[in-house]
Design a protein around this ligand. Structure first.
Ligand code: PLP
Length: 880
């Protein structure tokens, strides 16, 4: 008989062990090994059975065992220590507090929005890298003491669970999660009733959500949940699945995350008596609607639209994660109009007709004009609303997630800054990182502790700390790597058996699994989502060659493959099937396997145990990639196309680069070339090094590469480095901009500075078409100019109604190519030196010639205002 509904009842803990509750609810246990060990001692069998889930463990452990433990002094002692340690972790001054102490001007709060969060496998609210990155961001923010409040959705079925059919086809299932059985608490108001976030939907319906709070160390993660009786049946399903459903479903999710998310934060900070966050960070464009909700709030408080936009822009950071236009979220404009337009505001329902149709205002966002909202998402195709464009228009600061991706993004979004070369598009980059305490194997953490002499993870950012690895004996490092590989092999066998049984095999047929995979064989991992660009099947390009590598008698290789395909992507499922069919063959099945249901717990085993981490995306489509970083933190060597982070940090000795043929238009040939290079590397470089042993059986050259990888990449790949970079380069400047925009103006009214900037933007936009450079002169150069010779330039500029200090006039000079295009020019500011008639001004500069060879120059005018993040921000420029 199947139950109609399920719910979870939490066990009643003996008073003396009440701290277990705190330790299980705060997800900090997920990166604290001693706390995990404590839970394991409660009932080690059950701990494994429930998938290392403390809340589930406490729900199922027998009352008899709890009574036993209540009298177990060593256990209680350990419990008290860990509880005290957690309290200390949550309250002691950390990096952020120290920075404030030293006078740094930092935001008092940062709201971080993401559609997915991968914090721990017990809260499966993620599909892949984007979500795990968000989880790692929160954990590192917690370790640094940064005051972040995170917001997302609670998906009833998470993403999906993957299994395989007998035929090797991906099968999805959607087990329903019970929030009561998860490490969550409900946000309640001062009277104890659940807070409900409320959003007006088309046709007079309402979407309501309650707010769950997951505690990630110091960071509260607010998760909105629409599956509540207060909603109509169809709206209950809004938060059913991550990336499921059609666009109509998707826009509701994004409205809930963005607009509902801001409302959830307001309720949370009020209940908890916290300051409102100053900075809002959109992790990808999905949560972009948060900006329009903030504009609504400010209009509600009495500001006009442009001033409100100025305030919102000053304090918003937007991170883009995709280098492909097809990866960007776009909605039909008509759909956006249906949600944001509306049969006028509330008054129309009371019988007052809205008089001004063109300023139609929505029920969802009263007071905000639909036209302005639509403009935020405008792009080439007038029928589409582009969420990335909205993010860029609502954020004064934006970034990509690796150096290469920053560059690709500047090209991709160049159209929003017409008149500028891609290099000048104001999109920077911060290379992603990974949370070391989550992803480094306990064996390495233990070694680190011995070397450093304490567990202060803050010191991990110092390269000198990693240099201590020079002291470690190669034999010991090899021993750790071999332990980790052996554990992985045991885990792979268990997973293989489960998968074969699920696919319909009988135990009697599975005897071979006991000896499948070998703890001494070179182990290569490939696990990630399965979009086309990641090329899951590149390794199968020449099946015979791969088979020969797997079965080589002297230097065999074993390959572990995993990854989920999006449920709607049959192409991806066909790729998985291709791998499964190859790996099913009795000749090779002991050396290659596809393991179903890739998730954080499987990922961890793979990063710990694989000797080599393979990545072969189509360059430059991998924005950053983080799995290789996690492998590197465990001494795994990357074997990868130079894309994303690997393009930046490959140094010739910390792994291998697969040469890319990324200029080739013929994709088939490109795959052939890159696959051949991959096989060659495996055969001629990777395997020989791994099997080249000294008299003690230690592959010393390999171990030196492992050591070098840890030392060179360890301090770089850390998420704490990433979060500090965000804080210093984005959050702090955004908070400073915000503080300046809200300052009173000349009239003493608050937001005066924002009003001035908004007025300046309007005047600049109006003046711009009339601005002209009417005359440019150069003099002072000798007949034969030499490198460094000085040249004086003057330009006469018609400024329409702008003042000379409201523009930036620049000389741009440098090498020119055959068609007179300036290549990597230098920019020299010109000074206002004279005023002519009729709004004409003369600007001058003297500059040395920066390069030899064919040189050229031009002059340009840009808007300038102290509250802009840069002169290029508005995308306005006039060239001579
Ligand atoms: C790190 C991680 C990813 C991201 O891997 P990429 O190679 O960057 O795509 C995806 N899924 C899981 C479970 C991870 O831990």
């Amino acid at each position: 008989m199947k139950a109609l509904r399920r719910f979870t009842v939490r066990a009643h803990l003996p008073e003396r062990m009440a701290a277990l509750d705190r330790l299980s609810i705060n997800l900090r246990w997920s990166w604290d090994k001693p706390t995990q060990d404590l839970f394991a001692t409660i009932d080690s069998e059950l701990w494994k059975q429930v998938g290392r889930d403390p809340v589930a463990l406490l729900g199922q452990v027998s009352p008899k065992r709890l009574d036993e433990l209540a009298a177990d002094e060593p256990f209680l002692h350990q419990l008290d220590e860990l509880a005290a340690e957690l309290d200390d972790y949550l309250s002691r001054p950390l990096w952020y507090q120290q920075q404030l102490e030293h006078g740094a001007e930092l935001p008092n709060g940062i709201a971080y929005f993401s559609m997915e969060f991968g914090v721990a496998e017990v809260l499966p609210n993620y599909s892949g890298g984007l979500g795990i990155l968000a989880g790692d961001h929160l954990k590192s923010a917690s370790d640094l003491g940064l005051p972040v409040i995170a917001v997302g959705l609670l998906y009833r079925s998470g993403y999906f669970r993957q299994s395989l059919t007998a035929d090797g086809w991906q099968h999805e299932s959607y087990p329903s999660l019970d929030p009561q059985g998860l490490p969550l608490r409900l946000l309640t108001d001062s009277s104890g009733s659940p807070v409900l976030v409320d959003l007006a939907m088309p046709e007079d319906s309402e979407l309501r959500a309650r707010v769950w709070i997951a505690q990630v160390g110091r960071i509260p993660l607010l998760l909105l949940d629409s599956d509540i009786p207060e909603n109509d049946h169809d709206l209950r399903g809004v938060t059913d699945r991550l990336y499921g459903g059609d666009q109509e479903h998707r826009i509701k999710q994004e409205i809930l995350a963005g607009i509902g998310g801001v409302r959830a934060i307001r309720a949370f900070t009020e209940v908890e008596n916290l300051a409102s966050p100053e900075v809002f960070h959109m992790n990808e464009g999905h949560a972009g609607f948060l900006g329009v909700e903030r504009i609504r709030e400010l209009i509600d408080a009495g500001l006009d639209f442009d001033t409100a936009l100025t305030v919102v822009r000053s304090s918003t950071v937007f991170t883009t994660h995709t280098p492909v236009p097809a990866g960007i979220d776009r909605f039909p404009v008509e759909m956006v109009k249906r949600y944001f337009g509306g049969p006028a505001d509330e008054r129309s329902r009371e019988g007052h007709r809205s008089s001004d149709q063109s300023h139609e205002s929505s029920r969802l966002l009263p007071g905000v004009s639909l036209d302005r909202i639509i403009w935020f998402g405008a792009e080439d195709d007038p029928s589409k609303f582009n969420m990335a464009h909205m993010g860029l228009r609502l954020a004064q600061r934006a970034n990509g997630v690796s150096l290469l991706h920053g560059k690709v993004s500047r090209g991709m979004f160049n159209e929003l800054w017409p008149g500028f070369d891609p290099g000048e598009v104001p999109i920077g980059s911060i290379t992603n990182g990974v949370h070391a305490p989550t992803w480094a194997a306990p064996e390495w953490v233990e070694l680190g502790r011995e070397l450093i002499g304490n567990d202060d993870i803050d010191t991990l950012r110092e390269p000198a700390v990693w240099e201590k690895l020079h002291e470690v004996d190669p034999g010991h490092m090899w021993w750790i790597r071999s332990q980790l590989r052996a554990k992985l092999v045991a885990d792979v066998r268990a997973r293989l058996r489960r998968s074969w049984l699920e696919r319909g095999a009988s135990e009697a047929e599975l005897g071979w699994i006991a000896t499948a995979f070998d703890p001494d064989v070179l182990t290569i991992g490939f696990a990630r989502r399965v979009p086309t660009y990641k090329r899951l099947t590149l390794m199968l390009r020449d099946e015979e060659r791969l088979e020969a590598l797997l079965l080589d008698t002297d230097r065999p290789i074993q390959l572990i493959v995993a990854g989920k395909s999006h449920p709607a992507d049959d192409g991806g499922k066909a790729l998985i099937q291709q791998v499964v069919k190859f790996a099913d063959r009795p000749e090779v099945r002991h050396r290659i396997a596809f393991l179903p249901d890739y998730d954080m717990s499987m990922a961890r085993q793979l990063y710990y145990g694989c000797d080599v981490w393979l990545n072969n995306p189509l360059r430059p489509l991998e924005a950053c990639g983080t799995s290789g970083m996690k492998s590197a933190l465990n001494g795994g060597l990357n074997l990868s196309i130079r894309d994303g982070w690997w393009d930046e940090w490959y140094d010739g000795e910390n792994g291998w680069e697969i040469p890319t043929a990324d200029g080739l238009a013929d994709e088939g040939r490109r795959d052939d070339i890159e696959a051949t290079a991959l096989y060659d590397l495996m055969e001629k470089s990777v395997a020989p090094k791994f099997y080249d042993r000294n008299e003690h059986g230690v592959p010393t050259r390999w171990v030196e590469m492992v050591r070098h990888t840890l030392i060179a990449l360890g301090p770089k790949v850390l998420a704490s480095r990433m979060v500090r970079d965000y804080t210093e380069k984005y959050y702090a400047p955004a908070a400073q901009s915000l503080r300046r925009t809200v300052e009173p103006g000349a009239d003493g009214e608050p937001f005066g500075a924002a009003r001035e900037l908004a007025a300046y933007r309007e005047r600049a936009a109006e003046a711009w078409p009339k601005i002209q450079i009417t005359d440019v002169d150069s003099y002072g150069l000798p007949d034969t100019p030499l490198l460094g010779s000085e040249m004086t330039l003057t330009a006469t500029v018609q400024l329409a109604d702008l003042a000379p200090d409201e523009v930036s006039v620049q000389a741009v000079l440098g090498r020119v190519d055959a068609s007179d295009v300036l290549v990597d020019p230098v920019t020299v500011p010109m000074q206002h030196t004279d005023t002519a008639d009729g709004g004409n001004y003369v600007f001058t500069t003297t500059a040395p010639l920066p390069v030899a060879g064919p040189v050229g120059y031009t002059v340009r005018v840009l808007p300038h205002h102290p509250l802009l993040a840069g002169d290029n921000e508005l995308g306005l420029v006039t060239l001579a």
